[in-house]
Design a protein around this ligand. Structure first.
Ligand code: G
Ligand code: G
Ligand code: MN
Ligand code: NA
Length: 249
């Protein structure tokens, strides 16, 4: 794969950057923090979507150093913001690499970021294989004081059993459900049910991909606690975070 070859030099060549998407509380419409999302500016192809290059980086193992760069960069950016959380995605492959907990500890220390301000997003594919070992690492991460959320909830296989195996701080409802609320009674029922599940379990629920006022009103009425989506803001470069904070507060 051509991208495989090009990815190998991308970190060194400084071709990655992060963008940050706001997350907003539904009861007060206060900004609670941002999710860091990775972008790769390829020298000839231009922006390549993470949906395209992350699977390749997972395959060739580069996701480990790239993921470390993401975490360190995100923590150091967030350290200069007001008291808000920074959410960072972790690949399942990073859980299988040695030294994840030590790396997170060091990233927090180096950035001077209090652990409570870091939230790690894990998809259930991370928990699929070797789940005992992964759950143990999640407990160690939680032991550092960081928050842990279950990302893309509802699109995998046995989501519900993971809620019993580990006390996640947050469930992020996959944007495919929110995006189809207008045409799918199934999506309506699923979003309602996940929001109630979160409220019964005492776990925060974030509705992802909220783009319209109708979707916003619906997920609020369902009892979701936070939203993330184009309605409140697209992912923006670090330099624009300050303005986003001013606009939303
Ligand atoms: O930002 P965008 O919608 O293009 O992201 C596409 C996918 O890439 C999403 O599933 C998102 O979780 C994933 N992604 C974005 N940034 C990162 C990252 O830093 N690490 C990992 N592992 N996945 C990421
Ligand atoms: O899978 P994960 O939740 O980590 O990734 C979030 C992805 O969703 C990012 O790629 C981001 O660009 C995308 N995203 C965020 N908000 C919206 C939205 O309102 N609509 C759509 N279509 N995509 C969104
Ligand atoms: Mn995510
Ligand atoms: Na998601």
């Amino acid at each position: 794969h051509a991208l495989d070859h090009d990815l190998r030099g991308a970190l060194e060549a400084n071709e990655f950057h992060l963008v940050f998407q706001p997350q907003v509380r539904l009861d007060t419409t206060e900004l609670t923090g941002f999710e860091a999302l990775l972008r790769w500016k390829h020298p000839t192809r231009g922006l390549v979507s993470p949906a395209e290059f992350i699977p390749i980086a997972e395959e060739n193992g580069l996701i480990v150093p790239i993921g470390e760069w993401v975490l360190r960069t995100a923590c150091s950016s967030a350290a200069s913001w007001p008291d808000m959380t920074i959410a960072v995605n972790l690949s399942p492959v990073q859980f299988r690499s040695r030294g994840l907990v030590a790396m997170v500890t060091s990233a927090l220390a180096e950035a001077g970021l209090p652990p409570q301000r870091l939230e790690l997003e894990v998809t259930e594919t991370a928990l699929l294989d070797d789940s005992e070992a992964t759950i143990e690492i999640l407990h160690q991460l939680r032991g550092l004081g960081v928050r842990v959320s279950l990302d893309d909830f509802g699109v995998g296989y046995s989501s519900l059993s993971y809620l019993r195996k580990f006390p996640f701080d947050r469930i992020k409802i996959d944007r495919s459900f929110v995006g189809t609320l207008g045409e799918s009674p199934e999506s309506v029922a699923i979003v309602r049910t996940i929001a109630s599940l979160g409220s019964v379990l005492g776990v925060e629920t974030t509705a992802e991909g909220v783009e319209t006022i109708e979707q916003l009103d619906f997920v609020r009425e369902c009892g979701c606690t936070t939203v993330q989506g184009y309605y409140f803001g697209r992912p923006c470069p670090a330099a624009e975070v300050g303005r986003t904070i001013e606009t939303l507060n």
